[in-house]
Design a binder for this molecule. Sequence first.
Ligand code: KG4
Ligand code: ZN
Length: 354
Amino acid sequence: MTTILGIETSCDETAAAVVLEGSTIASNIVASQIDLHARYGGVFPEVASRAHIEAIGVVVETAMKEAGISYEQLDAIAVTRGPGLVGSLLVGVNYAKGLALALDKPLLGINHLEGHIYSLWLTEPQREVHFPVLVLIVSGGHTELVLMRGHGAYERLGSTLDDAAGEAFDKVGRLLGLPFPGGPHIEQAAQNGNAAAYEFPRARLEGDYDFSFSGLKTAVMREATVMPSAAARRREPGAEKTAQLRSDVSVADLAASFQRAVVTALAEKTAKAARDYEVTEILLAGGVSANQELRRTMRALCDLPVRYPPLALCTDNAAMIAAAGHYRFMAGLRDDLAIDVKPMWPLTATTYQD
Ligand code: KG4
Ligand code: ZN
């Protein structure tokens, strides 16, 4: 049985977890910086890396203590190597390297997106999966439709051409005066709204499986805010960013209509890819997969089993990094202590060969 310590610091959560056999969570500690970043309405990179430095030692110690194992019992240390904020990634990777060196244990550099995928394997007992499966990763930084043919074998079918789905939720949330991060607050506001109140335009895209959300965000802005005049925008480029919310709009209706538009685009393309590639099931992962409307719509539009992680494992955590580490470890992969972070690291075909 493998015992793997996972470390995740790619964005605004400092996280560590111990996972057994790629599926059983022995401990899962997440120190969120949300309160710290809410003041700025988004993640502030400098603030994030400093907060990671302050938290990492305690978070790892706590994960080990809660798991009730000693460092000697670890088989490997898995750490998020990218994609993400460079300063944040460096904190986790350097800490993991230090541990690997001191303990003489293997180091595994994990792609954060691969981690999100493996949040679906954190089940007890471990679930049997028949490949190929289709994975929709929807988070604050990514919107990727991925065909998974086996462990470590990925083919990217499509992705967003502009904003990520979670980013769109966050930007529209800010526009509507909701707290950061926008996703859960929009979902909550939408519960009292009419999703048919606004008909937002659909992006027409060449790629069958690509997404685009920036036009939708602009459409919400047009409906919801008093735009500065064209002359004012010419005088002061970027003036639209400070557009004021109109007093006569219903935030609930806008939230519901916006959410419906995002969710429909995600579900329709996923359903098409599932038919085209004859997959056995559909997996949802990433922060936006916590959205109940997305889960419902996916189930309604797809004739296959649709699976998603438990709510706590949708957003960033280190258990998913340790789970991904298990499969790399079992494939005999080991990383050199000289590895660097990869702030831009697409999940390409056969990530195991990177
Ligand atoms: O996976 P994650 O924790 O971080 C990244 O890797 O980006 O995802 C965070 C994103 C945020 O954009 C947040 O607004 C969104 O996930 N999110 C949601 C919900 N919960 C979190 N979006 C829609 N509905 C939700 N319930
Ligand atoms: Zn993430």
